[in-house]
Design a protein around this ligand. Structure first.
Ligand SMILES: Nc1ncnc2c1ncn2[C@@H]1O[C@H](COP(=O)(O)OP(=O)(O)OP(=O)(O)O)[C@@H](O)[C@H]1O
Ligand SMILES: [Mg+2]
Length: 350
């Protein structure tokens, strides 16, 4: 399958006769990051677990790192790493002890396991804290240790299923940096996330899934341009001016503005770029409408997502985000919290 590190063709997975995956296609070139986005239940985790050989599937085919997922699972496993929601590391042990333990699990001898642990601690910026117990680590440090643990054998393909859920912006940044350094070293990454900003920043290309299929694919820029051109946002000084401002902006842009009363803001899609902005300012000015802020901007991935799936992402919708973060009880989606753990038992191939 050429230079593709991940290929899925018409993947199908049924649960009790109902399709969780319904002909999912994916082709990820080597050495790139692919974001896999989609609303809850779209099939992201199912896809990741199938590609990581943890779950059987009912139709289609898949190759990872050049090997068939169904018939060459052992070969695939040797080439991949997987970071799920639930930390695989031990709280009582230090970061270094955890990594050495993982090295031994992967059959490295003691000396090699220790050397690999030290390399990874350095690579993930944990060399200073490597001898402290993991329970003293911040969320970002734990996630980096998780990543390091998945990298003992330098996987050529790494699956990250919502790697930063529940982390604060700083922790998220730390994980992003770690992922970037892996990609620089040649690893291919498949990343699922609820945070569109994360997908936007890390991904070379993004696949958007819904009801078990990929419904759109492209670079972040390409996806943004599928929902039309740039937008103008206007914040009026006096909220009572909003309807009049909207009417004026509609005339200039030829578009239908959407209003956000709480933020005293209207937003409209425009065709020409700069001309329209200048004209909008002039028109509002001439109508005596006080403007606090006006900006020309590209559509966001959140808007693309909303347009394609009819749903907001959890990161765009604060309440949803909390619910997600709360699922596992600790801000992480623990295996027990989602029922994932229970499902895993019957599904894992021997
Ligand atoms: N073991 C199972 N038994 C029955 N249905 C399942 C099982 N695992 C997943 N599903 C269903 O398959 C569909 C896809 O689930 P999946 O976990 O892959 O979605 P997701 O995109 O990862 O969602 P989320 O954003 O919530 O993580 C959902 O409808 C889900 O309810
Ligand atoms: Mg999931």
């Amino acid at each position: 399958m050429g230079d593709f590190a991940i290929v899925a063709k018409g993947l199908r997975k049924l649960y009790g006769g109902k399709p969780a995956l319904d002909g999912l296609n994916l082709r990820v070139p080597q050495g790139t990051v692919r974001g896999l986005l989609g609303p809850n239940g779209a099939g992201k985790t199912t896809t990741v677990r199938i590609l990581a050989t943890l779950l059987r599937f009912d139709g289609g085919r898949a190759e990872v790192a050049g090997h068939d997922v169904a018939t060459q699972a052992a070969l695939v496993r040797r080439r991949i790493g997987l970071v799920g929601q639930n930390a695989a590391v031990d709280e009582v042990l230090s970061g270094r002890q955890n990594l050495v333990l993982f090295g031994r699990l992967f059959h490295l001898d003691g000396g090699r396991a220790r050397r690999r642990a030290d390399e990874l601690l350095e690579q993930f910026g944990l060399d200073d804290t490597g001898s402290q117990p993991v329970r003293t680590y911040s969320g970002g440090m734990r996630r980096r240790l998780d990543l390091a643990a998945s990298m003992i054998l330098t996987p050529s393909v790494l699956f990250l299923d919502e790697p930063t859920v529940g982390l604060d912006p700083r922790g998220r940044n730390e994980v992003w940096e770690a992922v970037r350094s892996l990609v620089r070293a040649g690893t291919t990454v498949l990343l699922t996330t609820q945070y569109l900003e994360e997908a936007d920043r890390l991904s070379d290309r993004i696949s958007i899934a819904d009801t078990g299929k990929v419904i759109a694919e492209g670079t972040p820029d390409e996806l943004k341009s599928t929902i039309g051109g740039d937008r103008i946002d206007v914040v009026v000084r006096d909220p009572r001016d909003l309807p009049r401002a909207a009417a004026a902006v509609a005339r200039v842009s030829g578009g239908e503005p959407t209003l956000d009363d709480d933020r005293r803001m209207l937003s409209v899609q425009v065709r020409g770029r700069v001309g329209t902005l200048a004209e909008t300012i002039r028109t509002l000015d001439a109508a005596g409408l006080g403007v606090e802020d006006i900006a020309l901007r590209r559509p966001t991935l959140d808007e693309v997502f909303l347009h394609l799936t009819g749903r907001r992402t959890q990161s765009a919708d604060g309440a949803g985000g909390e619910e997600k973060a709360g699922k596992g009880g600790t801000g992480r989606k623990g295996a027990a919290g989602t029922g994932d753990g229970a499902r895993t038992e019957q599904e894992v191939e021997a």
